[in-house]
Design a protein around this ligand. Structure first.
Ligand SMILES: [Zn+2]
Length: 172
């Protein structure tokens, strides 16, 4: 289960390989969507902490979510195309779906209990196996507090990279 930076780097490696194999170059916007997609599934952890739910590694770690996010981005880009003529709805929808897919694959690499990739099925999948996804284990308050600091740190680092992307000061 990689964290924010593992996911960003994993997605970058996948996307670079894709560019090479397909002889394609992702645009600035597509890179932004790819990398955003590669970390957005773990926002379910924040939702769990904020609202006391237990959706982590559920719906937002599923193929369903990847497709829905692709359709939403496609729809938004289509609507905005009136104003921003250079927008490419299909490429943008594909980019976010691919970014989410890289997250799903990386989370499956490290094995049990995997993720609920076929949500709403309650089966947990990892690279070479599957088993019913276990009920959530609860950590001690100390560990949760430490994890919140670590995740806050990852959010800062990610926002920092996002800022460089926004200002076009970083190229992938
Ligand atoms: Zn994850």
């Amino acid at each position: 289960m990689p964290y924010a930076f593992g996911h960003l780097m994993g997605c970058w490696a996948f996307a670079k390989l894709y560019e090479k194999l397909r002889k394609y170059a992702f645009s600035h916007m597509e890179w932004g969507l790819l990398l955003f997609g590669s970390i957005v599934p773990d926002a379910d952890l924040l939702i769990d902490w904020a609202f006391g739910t237990t959706i982590h590694r559920g719906v937002m770690h599923s193929l369903f979510f990847s497709i829905i996010a692709g359709i939403i981005v496609y729809g938004l880009a289509t609507a905005l195309k009136q104003k921003y003529k250079t927008f490419k709805p299909a490429a943008y929808g594909f980019a976010i779906a691919l970014g989410i897919l890289t997250h799903i694959i990386l989370d499956m690499v490290l094995g049990r209990p995997g993720i609920r990739a076929l949500w709403p099925s309650t089966m947990g999948f990892w690279l070479f196996g599957m088993a019913p996804y276990p009920p959530h284990t609860f950590f001690s308050n100390d560990i949760v507090r430490l994890m919140k600091f670590a995740i806050g740190d990852m959010a800062l680092g990610t926002a920092w990279i996002g800022y460089f992307w926004l200002r076009k000061r970083i190229k992938f």
